[in-house]
Unconditional design. Structure first.
Length: 485
């Protein structure tokens, strides 16, 4: 039953064909059997999961039918679950147990979901491969020698390998969409503020947003629907109505205007990726969409702007890890020495970002780097606002390549940063974006189509993805790990 979709599992629960305890036990057994190879989970919360499953079965017996009742899901290990270790993939938080739930976890519990465990991530979500995790590297279920993408690579690998029905991740620059692309999943980065960030470890606060993974558009929509909403504890959370996203999946995209940005089909993009994405865009046209050539002229600045703003914000956010309030504390000859030794627990990439960010914010350089990056961010935002005057959706690749080999880019930060070249602008602007599977390359590795929508227009991109998915069969292919179930 592992490769049932979330919505199929929900139907089976509703019809009484299975129970949440059975579904949860089957998932836990599969995790024990396969996760030694995939390494997607950092913590497995089996006891809690089985207790939640039993409670869900009881609720159902009493007539309750909340949307995720009894469905086993996974949570990225940067989102707090009360009483469960939350490491953010960092040794500096080893042993830290949050005393409260993140807003999105409260929402999951309200919706009746069962939490199987916490999934691996690049340290503080900085990375595109999970190789920056302070603990271990996760493998891509489609090819265990390759990365699953990152930073939410543990969540992507778990859902892809059938070790959870859906999962939460975070997307600061592409960390949901890029791993979704590498693992053949639907991955949504909602509009900034659509969900509260309360209880999510901060990386770059003006860019961070919780996102969602599912094996189908409907699955991804179901977990998104359950976790969206306003929360006064996050001052950037938007006090707007949450539409019925599931009802918006009509599959009708007749007359939808789809923009194709010329700047996203550049030299360096893998030829097989380009062909698959162009074929997918032709499919959208066949389904009734009108394809419009557009330009996002400041695209080339997205990467440098992101790598000034994100590290600047990270350097401020990570100042709190001094060994006094969270996680382990190294012994030192005095307080300063102790803080120094504790902060040596950060991995190389995190240290690099702290140095970059501190430099960009320092007196004398602030205006030249951080201040200028903010100005160019405004131009990038304006590009998108102008584009959305003409079109409803923007279509382009999610990633310039398919999944790369573990170790291939690990020593080359610039090459790694380029993995997010097509996803960063969504975070810098006020847009939303998703990945939907659109094919495989000649090595059998997944390729993804990115659909970008205007502020709060998640329903539009989800429906476009749904229409595409219903007309294609990519989502029916699963990795053969553990047998083709
Ligand atoms: N890969 C990008 C980075 O390293 C994006 C990460 C993310 O979205 N969390 O910053």
């Amino acid at each position: 039953m592992d490769y049932l979709s979330l919505t199929e599992a929900r139907d089976a629960l509703r019809k009484g064909e299975t129970t949440s305890v059975d579904l949860t036990q089957a998932m836990l057994d599969r995790i024990v059997a396969l996760d030694n190879d995939v390494n997607s989970y950092l913590t497995i919360t089996d006891e809690m999961a089985l207790a939640q499953a039993a409670a869900a079965d009881k609720r159902r017996a009493n007539g309750d039918d909340t949307p995720l009742l009894g469905i086993p899901i996974a949570v990225k290990d940067i989102i707090s679950v009360q009483g469960v270790p939350n490491t953010a993939g960092s040794k500096i938080l080893d042993g830290f147990v949050p005393p409260y739930n993140a807003f999105v976890v409260d929402k999951l519990e309200e919706a009746g979901a069962v939490i199987l465990g916490k999934t691996n991530t690049d340290e503080f979500a900085m990375g595109s491969s999970t190789e920056n995790s302070g603990f271990f590297t996760t493998s891509n279920p489609w090819d265990l020698e390759r990365v699953p993408g990152g930073s939410s690579g543990g969540s992507a690998a778990a859902v892809s390998a059938g070790l959870a029905y859906a999962a939460l991740g975070t997307d600061t620059g592409g960390s949901v969409r890029q791993p979704a692309s590498f693992c053949s999943l639907v991955g949504l980065r909602p509009t900034y503020g659509r969900l509260s960030r309360w209880g999510v470890v901060a990386f770059a606060s003006s860019l961070d947003q919780v996102g969602h993974f599912g094996r189908t558009v409907a699955d991804c929509t179901a977990i998104f629907q359950a976790t969206a909403g306003y929360d006064p504890r996050d001052s950037t959370s938007l006090n707007v109505e949450v539409p019925d996203f599931e009802a918006a999946l009509t599959g009708d995209i007749n007359g939808l205007k789809v923009g194709v940005p010329q700047e996203y089909f550049i030299e360096g993009i893998d030829a097989e990726v380009e062909t698959a994405v162009r074929t997918a865009i032709a499919k959208l046209e066949e389904l009734g969409a009108e394809i419009v050539k557009i330009s996002l002229p400041h695209t080339q600045y997205a990467l440098p702007v992101y790598y000034l703003i994100a590290p600047a914000e990270a350097s401020a956010n990570l100042a709190r890890y001094d060994g006094v309030r969270y996680g382990p504390r190294a012994k030192g000859s005095d307080m300063i020495d102790s803080v120094k030794k504790t902060r040596a627990l950060f991995g190389a990439e995190v240290k690099r970002r702290i140095m970059l960010g501190t430099y960009a914010l320092s007196a004398g350089y602030y205006d030249e780097y951080y201040g200028r990056a903010l100005k160019v961010r405004t131009l990038i935002k304006q590009d998108f606002l102008d584009a959305f005057e003409q079109v409803d959706v923007i279509a382009c690749p999610t990633s310039p390549t398919t999944a790369f080999k573990i170790g291939e880019k690990a020593d080359d930060p610039l090459a790694m940063y380029l993995a997010d070249i097509f996803t960063l602008s969504v975070n810098l602007s006020a847009s939303c974006g998703l990945n939907v599977p659109c094919g495989f390359d000649s090595k059998g590795l997944p390729i993804g189509l990115q659909l970008i929508g205007n502020t709060l227009q998640e329903a539009t991109i989800l429906n476009a993805a749904y229409a595409y998915e219903q007309a294609t069969a990519w989502h029916k292919q699963q990795p053969t790990i553990g047998g083709n179930l």
